[in-house]
Design a protein around this ligand. Structure first.
Ligand code: PLP
Length: 445
């Protein structure tokens, strides 16, 4: 048996995969990714792929970053583990909290650490309850989120999320309510994107009024829905959401697990949309995906309320602020600070507009869209009527496989193809990526 077959055999026998149809891979064999370099990953059989998804939206600086590796190795020598519980800290957790705060919107100056984005969203729910308790309004427990959102896979994260297929597999938490996503193309609306965006935002106000404004604690949203298909809101959407949150004193939680640390060409997408969140949820790219780390950036007004409690905060994780993960994050922030944020905002955003949007000309593509260094293609049966394929997901799966054949990792969510490539690409790489995507669309057709 070849080494590859041995891995596949052991995998089928012993490994339960997340977000995978296990019955299907047991028939076809798992794809084994054995090594990576720069923006490329390699399958164990040698097949080379341009990673258009930066892993799972996390290796934004690609796979070869010796400075991060060195920081990890040095930290393992110096202090491989200590916790941040019970009045303790360690240098890296402290330095990183300061470094993140310095890059955050000016009113956000405190960080709570978790290991992942899901835990960070769960933690946000806990902090929100504590905030309203501090303000003497403990009845404010209702949370509003959006259809088709992804906020993680813990019970809290998945309850906040709005994906019906996930909710079917467990019993979501009570008192989390969902409003529509600002998905102009998908709604096939006959009004302008801005009118549509305004109406979508005003659903929040209607929901607050329905639940009773003194019962609503917070609104959770991704700045751009990522896993839901890169749903870029119309320009009118976020200012109206901010107005509504301000008017009703609802806490605004912006889940930047995908967009934080540069994806829109700003440190945080909240800046790009002019938002003043109470929490920014982060994870993934903070360590370039090299170590698990997530957390919450907390606004000064929320910090003040949280610190007004005189009892212990009864919440935390053994690995909150793990020193090795914090060391990886500090090195990542250092590298990102060396021109990458500007590169995304100026060079790569322009390359996406020039090359990626041109994929909209392909007969299979109903809409090509991009923002910063993220993009999506909507596959349709008929462009002019925006008619979808009968079985949602079939064309997407075919295109994903065709893309692998063409040497590119694109992700399919239903019949929407998405990409979020590493910032180490340049304009000519984006052209190359787009040519591979076109080839994949041709094969799919
Ligand atoms: N929030 C968003 C917006 C995400 O995209 C994800 C993961 O993709 C999460 C939360 C969950 O993060 P994690 O997988 O680190 O728990």
């Amino acid at each position: 048996m070849t080494q590859l077959k041995q891995w596949q055999h052991a995998d089928a026998a012993h490994h339960l995969h997340p977000f995978t149809n296990q019955a299907e891979i047991n028939k076809t064999g798992t794809r084994v990714i054995s090594h990576a370099e720069g923006a490329y990953i390699y399958e164990a059989d040698g097949h080379k792929l341009l990673d258009g998804m930066s892993g799972l939206w996390c290796c934004n600086l690609g796979y070869t970053q010796p400075k991060i590796n060195q920081a990890i190795a040095e930290q393992l020598q110096e202090l491989p583990y200590y916790n941040t519980f019970f009045q303790c800290t360690h240098p890296r957790a402290t330095e990183l909290a300061e470094a993140i705060s310095q890059r955050a919107p000016a009113h956000m100056n405190r960080v709570f650490y978790t290991n992942s984005g899901s835990e960070a969203n769960d933690s946000a729910i806990r902090m929100i309850h504590r905030y309203w308790d501090a303000l003497g309004q403990p009845q404010r427990k209702a949370i509003i989120a959006r259809d088709n959102a992804y906020h993680g896979s813990t019970i809290g994260g998945a309850s906040l999320g709005g994906m019906a297929f996930m909710h079917k597999q467990f019993t979501p938490l009570e008192n989390i309510h969902h409003i529509a996503q600002p998905y102009w193309y998908g709604a096939n609306a006959d009004i302008s994107p801005d009118e549509f965006g305004l109406q979508a935002a005003q659903e929040l106000e209607k929901k607050i009024q329905e639940l009773g404004e003194n019962n609503v604690a917070a609104f959770f949203a991704e700045p751009i829905q990522g896993a839901g298909g890169v749903i870029i809101p119309p320009q009118s959407y976020w200012p109206e959401i901010q107005r509504i949150c301000d008017q009703y004193s609802i806490l605004l939680v912006v889940d930047e697990v995908i967009f934080g640390f540069g994806r829109t060409g700003h440190w945080f997408a909240s800046e790009c949309y002019g938002l003043t969140p109470d929490f920014i949820v982060f994870a993934k790219a903070v360590t370039n995906g090299f170590q698990p780390l997530g957390g919450l950036l907390i606004s000064d007004r929320v910090s003040k309320a949280l610190l007004s409690h005189t009892d212990d905060l009864a919440h935390g994780f053994t690995y909150s602020g793990h020193p090795v993960a914090c060391a990886a994050a500090l090195a990542t922030l250092d590298i990102l600070s060396d021109g990458y944020i500007d590169k995304v905002r100026i060079e790569l955003s322009q390359a996406m507009e020039d090359y990626w949007l041109a994929l909209g000309e392909h007969p299979l593509v109903g809409e090509a869209r991009c923002k910063g260094f993220v993009g999506a293609l909507e596959l349709v049966k008929d462009k002019s009527s925006r008619k979808r394929f009968d079985k949602n997901g079939k064309a997407g799966a075919l295109c994903r496989d065709a893309s692998l054949q063409s040497g590119l990792v694109m992700r399919a969510t239903g019949d929407t193809m998405i990409i979020a490539p590493p910032f180490i690409l340049d304009r000519s790489d984006v052209k190359d990526l787009t040519e591979k995507a076109w080839q994949a669309l041709d094969i799919t057709l």
